[in-house]
Design a protein around this ligand. Structure first.
Ligand SMILES: [Zn+2]
Length: 294
């Protein structure tokens, strides 16, 4: 009996070892880490199957306050490329940049070259025009790390840019009747979206979604909702809905989701949601809210 167990182990051992070795990464593909889900999605669109892409922030977690643990730092150290947004979106990057031991890891600030009109607002990807520039930065980095697949990266980039143009056109034409109108949102993530399509945001919370409004601000918001005939308050899946609920109760307004695409829940990931699908459903929510307020 002992002999058979020994033979079985001897047969399984090489399998087990090779399984461990190739479990996370394939040696020939660039290993890419991304600062939060939007960047993971953009990098995946352009890389296709040619890179191993890891999103640092776990599913269902709001990324503003997230910090990498020891395991994440070890992972970063192995990465060929790290895509981060900058503009204060990932507070941990300064620390990570200085403590990394692997000098070959390339950090790419994908917001470089985008149209930044408010340096205190990191949510630049909510304007599809900016996403095209962000994807251009992702494309350059992938082509430098893996020139062999440049043509595929470029083809993926071009087809994604057409999808982004289509999305941008849909937003422009369908929101055109509502220029100058205000929307009440859970945190001030929608400045770039509003700026692109002629809307104004009235945020319950600031750009980092980490505080609750004071009683004075609550009163101000209640009055704003009543005076501007706001029929829906926008909330988010990854941010507490408590304040939005209270405001809805006080004013009789309804609640709708408007997703800043900072992260997705596991359910949304499994269902195949992405930037394009989330933005189209945002467009539907916006139209519903703005149409009702007329
Ligand atoms: Zn945010």
């Amino acid at each position: 009996m002992k002999k058979y167990i020994f033979i079985l182990c001897a047969m399984l051992l090489p399998l087990m070892l090779s399984g461990c070795k190739d479990e996370d990464v394939s040696a020939d593909k660039p290993l890419v880490y991304t600062g939060f889900y939007a960047l993971y999605d953009f990098a995946s669109e352009i890389a296709g199957d040619n890179a191993d892409i890891v999103n640092m922030v776990p599913a269902g977690t709001e990324p503003h306050d997230w910090e990498p643990g020891v395991k994440d730092m070890a992972g970063l150290n192995k990465a060929d490329i790290v895509f981060y947004n900058g503009l204060g979106m990932e507070a941990w990057t300064d620390k990570a940049l200085s403590s990394l031991e692997n000098a070959d890891t390339v950090f790419v600030r994908v917001s470089d070259g985008t149209d930044i009109y408010d340096s205190a607002d990191p949510h630049i990807w909510l304007d599809p025009e900016n996403v095209k520039i962000m994807c251009g930065n992702i494309l350059s980095a992938l082509c430098s790390a893996d020139p062999e697949h440049s043509e595929e990266y470029e083809a993926n980039y071009n087809s994604y840019v057409s999808e982004l143009d289509e999305l941008d056109n849909a937003f422009s034409s369908e929101l055109a009747p509502y220029k100058g109108r205000s929307i009440v949102v859970s945190h001030s993530a929608f400045g770039y979206l509003c700026n692109a399509y002629g809307l104004k945001q009235e945020p319950i919370d600031g750009p980092s979604a980490d505080s609750e409004p004071s009683p004075d601000r609550m009163l101000e918001l209640v009055n704003f909702i009543k005076n501007n005939d706001i029929k829906y308050i926008f909330c988010e899946k990854l941010v507490s809905q408590k304040t939005a609920d209270t405001l809805a109760e006080e004013t009789g307004a309804g609640l709708l989701y408007l997703d800043p695409f900072e992260g997705l829940t596991q359910e949304e990931i499994s269902r195949g949601d992405n930037y394009i699908s989330v933005m189209y459903s945002n467009l539907e929510s916006l139209k519903k809210a703005l149409m009702q307020g007329e």
